[in-house]
Design a protein around this ligand. Structure first.
Ligand SMILES: [Zn+2]
Length: 204
């Protein structure tokens, strides 16, 4: 039985034990396209991935299940070499600590996501990046495109196009990288991890 067959069983919930860590070869492979129309097994996998992110962001559930908080997950991180990513980016609370009207600024499972256009300007998160498949801190600016246009299929097999900037653009690029065998630290300048080229947008 394949890893995916096991993960998509009805009562099965994704945990940290299902996430492979750096050094595992699948994380360095170019993943395969998902076939269209999207198969049930891929739809269910996508839902489980999104549920994992929800669980990881809920303090009580995360504590109980021992989950690290995450805003994105890619199928290769589950040792499934397919071009599927899930992203779940929460909106912040307002100044008074009330929950936002919309819980998430981006909540999507993307099949065969592809960057079809990007800005010349580059951007980085001020605090660097982390990854559920990397159990160590890797400090440095991860240099990415400041703005991207991404084409993908949703679970209904409908082609979507989304334009992203800021934090959302960073997260989606990190996850698409996983489908291409790229780790975030590949994009850190090794000699000078906090080097700032002219025009670099630093996102706080
Ligand atoms: Zn990652």
């Amino acid at each position: 039985m394949s890893v995916q067959d096991k993960l998509i069983r009805p009562s099965r919930v994704i945990t940290m034990d299902d996430i492979i860590r750096e050094g595992q070869p699948t994380l360095r492979e170019r993943a395969k396209d998902v076939s269209l129309p999207i198969q049930d097994e891929d739809i269910i996998l996508g839902e489980k991935m999104l549920q994992f992110l929800k669980n990881s962001q809920d303090p009580a559930t995360a504590e109980k299940m021992g989950l690290r908080g995450g805003v994105g997950l890619a199928a290769p991180q589950l040792n499934i070499s397919k071009r599927i990513i899930a992203v779940l980016i929460p909106n912040p609370e307002d100044e008074d600590g009330n929950p936002p009207a919309e819980s998430y600024s981006l909540q999507e499972v993307m099949y065969n996501p592809k960057i079809v256009a990007h800005s010349v300007q580059e951007a980085t998160l001020a605090d660097g990046e982390g990854c559920l498949s990397v159990d160590r801190e890797v400090p440095g600016y991860v240099i990415r495109h400041a703005r991207v246009t991404v084409d993908y299929y949703n679970k209904n097999g409908e082609k979507q196009r989304i334009k992203l900037k800021g934090y959302r653009a960073i997260v989606v690029q990190h996850e698409i990288d996983h489908t291409n065998g790229i780790m975030f630290y590949d994009r850190i300048n090794e000699a000078e991890p906090f080097a700032v080229k002219e025009g670099l947008l630093i996102i706080e």
